[in-house]
Write a protein that binds this ligand. Structure first.
Ligand code: SF4
Length: 184
């Protein structure tokens, strides 16, 4: 993996996003704890659910994508990210394989909607028919739609593995994930 080269004075512009996931990968990112604070003088978090930025910016060095791809809206986001980002990380098993998010692939979309919004509803059962993205029949991983530069497995990936990837990107080297990650 070739990494973005930055002079020591330049901060690496990092983005994170979640598509169809549970936010657990982002929770694991926050588990980096004080090491994240120590890295803060070398990182600029330019877009993320944990910062108040609404529009995906240009010239992003690295984007961590949590979650699988289940809708046209997700695909639009992916193409926006890919065209404005040097390195894309598939962040967690849902992004890498589909994982939990893809469990609905065994059933027809109609069945899933009926089970979720009608059979299991305890108040005003109704299938949403507007203001939601069009869902695909099948949930797929990120690399089914855009090129991915690094796969970071785990459900969620351990904080140590996330920190190793961040450190490698900052130090312009390949991450050493041996013994730090596993699927599931
Ligand atoms: S990989 Fe696991 S922790 Fe991450 S979004 Fe998917 S289900 Fe949640």
């Amino acid at each position: 993996m070739s990494t973005p080269s930055k002079s020591p004075a330049e901060k690496m512009r990092i983005a994170t996003i979640w598509l169809d996931g549970c936010s657990g990968c982002h929770m694991s990112l926050l588990d980096i704890d004080q090491r994240l604070v120590a890295a803060a003088n070398r990182i600029d978090l330019v877009f993320s659910p944990i910062v108040d930025t609404r529009t995906y910016p240009q010239n992003v060095d690295v984007c961590f994508i949590e979650g699988a791809v289940a809708s046209e809206e997700d695909v639009e986001k992916l193409h926006l990210i890919r065209s404005n980002t040097r390195r894309v990380v598939a962040f967690g098993d849902c992004a890498v394989t589909g994982n939990i998010s893809a469990m609905r692939n065994r059933f027809a979309l109609q069945e899933v909607m009926q089970r979720s919004y009608l059979e299991n509803a305890t108040h005003q059962p109704r299938t949403p028919d507007r203001d939601i993205p069009h869902l695909f029949d099948k949930v797929r991983p990120v690399h089914a739609f855009i090129d991915v530069d690094l796969f970071l497995p785990g459900c969620p990936p351990p904080a140590d593995a996330i920190f190793e990837v961040l450190s490698a990107l900052l130090e312009d080297r390949l991450p050493d994930l041996a013994g730090r990650v596993r699927f599931g």
